[in-house]
Design a binder for this molecule. Structure first.
Ligand code: KG4
Ligand code: ZN
Length: 336
């Protein structure tokens, strides 16, 4: 089954071709340079930039895979959640291709792409259900119960900012450019995690809830009071506050649901400290931790094609093509 996957939900234009769960190509064109001078994503520039890149990116994905449009079984595209202007570029391109080639078109939920990302590619794992999934990205931070592929419940989510936003805003305050998660990760390796204790937020009455906006404010106040700090130490301490909370919530969710399998995916799952700390925590809990390989952590077309492959194998319907900014993965399940 050959599938072309297209992803334009945020600021990466990507297309990939999969043959079953094998990745034949995965092309990602980043817009980091476009948004860097603004210190964050400018939605209109993102959409314009997708328009420029979408055709060359799709052509390259097809050429790298050595596949013709006629060889495809279907086309998959992210239809939400994300920036509507960005999503519409990918959806329109996919519709044009589907019309021209007569191939079926599948709308895919971006979050499902992240959840299932470790199940495709050379290092694909076969993961038994049920499992937990922590999605940590620029747009989202939430914990899901995956009963089956295609059957998800949201068991917790951030009350305000995502973990990726905390990294990016933190990096902006430290003058480290955009996007800043990767830079903080690198600098933190030379820093002291115990240099300063930034707050680990808790939400009264909801032990699994997440919140990162207070942490941002606390970094701002700290930097104003301490202008002469060693940036590596601040990065390490700030990152530790984010990682601590994520590791703790995953442990709590495992205990409450008596599930010992977890996927941690999304852009922030590329963070080296998070990967190490989650690995240690999983070992001590006797749990199976599944992390996507680095190239599948941040947004990419392969995870979208992969989700479509896994859904088609189970004869599940697609998510529609409406390009919604908000799109949940499943109903909320609040644990006692
Ligand atoms: O999944 P993604 O590519 O896009 C969304 O769906 O939002 O995630 C992007 C986020 C950005 O906030 C970026 O700073 C963060 O992932 N990120 C990292 C690292 N690499 C990317 N955060 C921390 N450490 C990293 N190594
Ligand atoms: Zn994403």
């Amino acid at each position: 089954m050959k599938i072309l996957g297209i992803e334009t939900s945020c600021d990466d234009t990507s297309a990939a071709v999969l043959d079953g769960r094998d990745i034949l190509s995965n092309v990602v064109s980043s817009q980091d340079d476009v948004h860097a001078e603004y210190g964050g994503i400018v939605p209109e520039l993102a959409a314009r930039s997708h328009l420029e890149s979408i055709q060359p990116v799709i052509r390259k994905a097809m050429a790298d895979a050595n596949v013709e449009f006629g060889d495809l079984d279907c086309i998959a595209v992210t239809s939400g959640p994300g920036l509507v202007g960005s999503l519409l570029v990918g959806v329109s391109a996919a519709q044009g291709l589907a019309l021209r080639s007569g191939k079926p078109l599948y709308g895919i939920n971006h979050l499902e792409g992240h959840v299932l990302s470790p199940l495709v590619g050379d290092d694909a794992v076969d993961l038994e259900t049920p499992f937990l999934a922590l999605i940590v990205s620029g747009g989202h931070t939430a914990l899901y119960l995956v009963r089956e592929i295609g059957d998800y419940c949201e068991i917790s989510s951030t009350r305000d900012d995502s973990a990726g936003e905390a990294f990016d805003k933190g990096a902006k305050m430290l003058g480290l450019g955009y996007p800043g998660g990767r830079v903080i990760d690198e600098l933190a390796r030379e820093g002291d995690v115990d240099y300063y204790r930034f707050p680990r937020a808790r939400v009264r009455g909801d032990a699994l809830a997440l919140s990162f906006s207070g942490l941002k404010t606390s970094l701002w106040d700290f930097l104003r009071a301490n202008p002469e700090v060693r940036v590596e130490d601040v990065c390490a301490s700030f990152q530790e506050a984010i990682v601590d909370v994520l590791v703790k919530r995953v442990g709590q969710a495992m205990e409450r649901l008596s599930i010992r399998r977890v996927v941690v995916a999304g852009g922030v799952s590329a963070n080296s400290r998070l990967r190490n700390r989650m690995t240690e925590a999983a070992q001590s809990l006797g749990a199976q931790l599944v992390l996507p390989p680095m190239r599948l952590c941040t947004d990419n077309g392969a995870m979208i094609a992969g989700a479509a492959v896994l859904r088609r194998q189970r004869e599940l319907e697609d998510w529609g093509l409406e390009a919604h900014s908000r799109m949940s993965l499943g109903p909320k399940l609040r644990l006692k």
